[in-house]
Design a protein. Structure first.
Length: 135
């Protein structure tokens, strides 16, 4: 498998996380976090909204898979959004305490893996551009 295809597979697989978690939050509200009722209507509304955003973010990452070498601007925008979310999650860890294992995995993906994917995509883009100049 070439490096471009491997990057496509990695992005496609990792995008399952925000798609699935986002969909679960939209459908189940705060209950998908193993939170016990009762919770306020405001919390439910907020969790479902943010879950919808998370779901859309995952779909947007998936949209980068075809022609991934040409999606630099989109991937960087999605990367910044994901990293900012990770920084907010890190802030929660510092202020409130350590979250569940799933959230810690998310934190690692957001602050470590996503930046590495952005670097990797830049490399794939450079390789593709250098190949276009050949005859």
């Amino acid at each position: 498998m070439n490096e471009r295809r491997l990057l496509q597979v990695v992005v496609a697989v990792l995008s399952l996380m925000p798609v699935c978690a986002g969909l679960a939050g939209v459908v189940l509200g705060p209950g998908f976090l193993s939170t016990e009722e009762p919770w306020s209507a405001s919390l439910d509304s907020h969790v479902r909204f943010l879950s919808g955003v998370f779901f859309a973010l995952g779909l947007a990452w998936w949209s980068c898979v075809p022609n991934i070498e040409r999606k630099t601007d989109r991937m960087r925008l999605l990367g910044v959004a994901t990293i900012v979310g990770g920084l907010a999650r890190l802030g929660s860890l510092v202020v409130v305490g350590v979250p569940s294992a799933g959230h810690l995995v998310g934190l690692g993906l957001e602050l470590v893996i996503v930046p590495l994917i952005l670097v990797w995509q830049t490399r794939i883009r450079r390789i593709a551009l250098s190949g276009e100049g050949r005859t």
